[in-house]
Design a protein around this ligand. Sequence first.
Ligand code: BG6
Length: 466
Amino acid sequence: MKKINKEFLWGASTSAYQCEGATDIDGKGKSVQDLTKSKEGVIDFKNTSNHYFHYKEDVALMAEMGFKSYRFSISWSRIFPKGIGEINQKGVEFYNNLIDELLKYKIEPIVTVYHFDPPLELESQGGWLNRNLMVDAFVNYSTKLFELFGDRVKYWQTINEQNMIIQVGHVIGVINPKQDNLFKKLYQINHNMLIAQALVTKKYHDMKLGGKIGPAPNISYVYADSCDPDDFDASYKANAWRNWLYLDAACHGKYNEIAWNWMLKNGYEPELLPGDLEILENGKSDFIAFNYYNTGNVKASSKTGPIKFSDSDQQTSYDVPGLFDIKDNKNLPKTEFGWSIDPKGFLHTMRAMWDRYKLPLMITENGLGAYDVVEEDGKIHDQYRINYLRAHIEQLKIAINEGIDIIGYHPWSAIDLVSTHEGIKKRYGFIYVNINDDGEGDYKRLRKDSFFWYKKVISSNGEDLI
Ligand code: BG6
């Protein structure tokens, strides 16, 4: 078995709005997430894990685990309170301090420019549907980040899970599903984001700062439910619709034809301005950062007419008439929150991306959300999380052995934080944060069993997974 490269980036991930808190101080403007109405019994994003105040302690704990890298996002409205215009020096100071603190421990900062938290001021003017406003604002914001932090940050990701924003943005709280011509609008938003991403990628290349930039979609291989050729056809199309539409544009600078033809047939195709295809062609990614949680499973489509969202919280859990019907995969166990667990699917997903793009891959999210409990001994025995991560790292090693260029692994999440829509009770971290969904708790940090396990994994460079 090939050994994992010494430079391999072992770390973990977070996002700003899910862990920072401090939403109302030091000049931060409002983001859409600051106004998200949480479900009954679920905490909002006001304080979350209060990482803004605890970042030194959090980074010290990451260093104790031996992290080589840390993937986090920058809050746009902390840098530009109105999304554009006046800059907030306190926000700049926070990220300068965080980056310097990481570098003090030789932890590579890996930055996501945009993770589900558009500034409210821009959203109220149409958000991503307002192409002129949003594309310019995004290029301006990203360029500022490159100028401010590009001397120290060498890995950049543009947009976190653009495909999930388009497919289940209503679950994440960034898309209102009750609007006319929803899908026409969604694919225009998608196009505007692809243009913004390509312009920012080109800008970064032109600035010659010596780092890499790429997208960060959620990529899950979609299986065929049977060897019926019609189910295989559905799987092929589902992968195009769910995964390759986004990555073909970012990595090949082109629209995926199956996805494009589907949009055209349904009248969802975006308006392209002259020069748009050249913009995509000129802003191709250097690497693929991707998030993996589970696989999909489909059979031949039995429906016609428009898409209907189901009530389920699951990611990508609705049928797309004319392309595929979703089928539960009975071969896979599920987490307490109903997400299927499929470590081999992780390998299939990496193989599919490598075959298609031949670009370095970085895992920026992978993990298990669970109801962790602090036991009487004051410890958190999260063996289920260790089992989950171990099984995925085993597949990662197989992928590396096959020659796939994988440069880093970042489980979700470094510390406990608030889930997109299921509160803090759905915990993912190596580090427990003492706060509950009623907002009670002192934010004390505790090391879970997985903390000590991951420390061993890192110090043995992935050899010791026991
Ligand atoms: C990814 C997102 O989709 O999944 C994260 O990038 C999110 O922001 C994570 O938290 C887990 O999903 P959830 O819904 O359990 O929080």
